[in-house]
Design a protein around this ligand. Structure first.
Ligand SMILES: Cc1cc2nc3c(=O)[nH]c(=O)nc-3n(C[C@H](O)[C@H](O)[C@H](O)COP(=O)(O)OP(=O)(O)OC[C@H]3O[C@@H](n4cnc5c(N)ncnc54)[C@H](O)[C@@H]3O)c2cc1C
Length: 387
């Protein structure tokens, strides 16, 4: 494994730690079309955009919106559910094998919260889809929300608890534990910046900024938001954009800690209890991958979160930023690259890369080895697009 940094220090470092079985309703669904007039005002905390980026990537935006049709939303829900279930099962096994059971929060679920009757009513379509694909969830009234999460104020009208969703208290500790297992099994981690990929009669050459080319018969490209650029070196045109997101930690003070991650759907932010404090994460910022960070959205998220739960001292001075790699149909690419033998893609996991990582690895491993695949690989095939 070649990484320019320690593994798990980019987007995988700062997520909300949710190991989801329930996130089956893709963001590009019919309600997005109805919400467009409001979203275009660029004032929603859940979604902000840089107009210049949107103009530059208008092709990506149109293709993303094109996938809002009900038939695709149903197809995506079934495909994501299969990958999420496979992944959650494998996470539990690996967490046990790695001896880091203390990181796993199992049985508490993931609580989505609604401030208004109107906001909850809009969530009906997602609940129907979750029911259709077998997700278990429970709806809670205002009082019951406070019973299960006494640290929350009474601003929430309804809550939907994803009963079987799990979470971890430190995504980076989980990555380190998995890296430990990889090394114990004979894997080698090398820290280097990859700057070229070439194939000759002897197989692949992975070129790096330092040292000679590393040779291999097979190469897996799994570089998150940087994958499209790297695939582009070989002529692939990957329909990817970056949904940037931020986090900040707060000391919970004397209030009772949250016992599970929460998502304020109308507020457009999450709060997750983490090793380093209460982690507030922001929604989506559509912007150039490498544009300077803009902390407005996370600042607003922290203010809104303060209405829901007591946040004491801010732990770090500067918010963290990550880049969710998102393809136009909100499904990852897992499988063989169409025009190059021995090149494999595994990226595009948007809001669910922590949740879907183990299943993606199992699926890709079986494809590389020519084994029976654990789930249907077709929804994730690269050739669904003309790349
Ligand atoms: C605010 C926020 C909250 C989120 N919450 C959740 C959540 O609760 N649950 C969930 O499942 N998902 C969540 N996500 C999404 C999840 O974090 C991502 O889908 C996931 O981290 C993507 O993982 P990745 O390995 O594809 O990319 P990354 O984690 O970004 O890793 C890419 C790697 O490629 C390396 N790399 C890039 N270019 C090169 C190069 N040229 N040479 C060598 N190495 C290179 C980088 O160093 C890096 O290690 C969240 C995301 C954000 C931003």
């Amino acid at each position: 494994m070649i990484d320019r940094s320690l593994p798990g220090r980019e987007t995988s470092y700062g997520n909300a730690g949710v190991l989801s079985d329930s996130s089956v309703y893709v963001f590009n669904n019919p309600s997005l079309i109805r919400a467009l007039p409001v979203l275009l005002l660029n004032r929603s905390n859940g979604l902000r955009y840089n107009p210049l980026f949107v103009m530059k990537r208008i092709g990506w935006i149109i293709r993303f919106i094109f996938h809002c049709r009900p038939s695709h939303v149903r197809h995506a829900a079934k495909s994501l559910r299969a990958l999420l279930l496979l992944s959650l099962d494998q996470h539990k096994k690996w967490i046990k094998d790695a001896g880091v059971g203390h990181l796993l929060r199992q049985g508490g679920g993931w609580l989505k919260l609604f401030r208004s009757k109107k906001g909850f009513a809009k969530y009906g379509a997602e609940m129907n889809m979750m029911r259709d694909v077998g997700v278990n969830f429970t709806v809670f009234e205002r009082e019951k929300i406070r019973q299960i999460e006494p640290g929350l104020s009474s601003i929430y009208y309804k809550g939907v608890l994803m009963d079987e969703t799990c979470s971890v208290s430190s995504p980076v500790d989980l990555t380190d534990a998995y890296v430990g297992m990889f090394v114990a099994a004979g894997g080698v981690i090398e820290r280097a910046v990859v700057n070229g990929l070439d194939r000759d009669d002897d197989g692949w050459q992975v070129k790096c900024e330092t040292g000679g080319p590393r040779r291999s018969n097979d190469v897996v490209l799994a570089a998150g938001a940087w994958s499209a650029e790297i695939a582009g070196w070989l002529g692939y045109n990957i329909p990817m954009a970056w949904e940037r997101g931020y986090h900040l930690h707060f000391d919970p003070g004397k209030e009772p800690l949250l016992s599970r991650p929460i998502l304020d759907v109308e507020g457009g932010f999450s709060v997750a209890p983490m090793r380093d404090g209460l982690r507030v994460t922001s929604g989506v910022e559509l912007n150039d991958r490498d544009a300077p960070p803009n902390f407005e959205q996370i600042t607003a998220s922290a203010e809104l979160a303060g209405e829901a739960i007591a946040l004491d001292r801010q732990v770090e001075d500067t918010p963290w930023m990550g880049r969710r790699p998102t393809l136009v149909d909100s499904l990852p690419m897992i499988g063989p690259a169409p025009r190059h033998d021995g090149l494999w893609f595994n990226f595009g996991h948007h809001h669910l890369g922590l949740s879907m990582a183990p299943g993606s690895a199992l699926l890709l491993g079986s494809l590389i080895n020519g084994d029976l695949t654990p789930i249907d690989p077709l929804p994730f095939r690269i050739s669904r697009f003309l790349v």
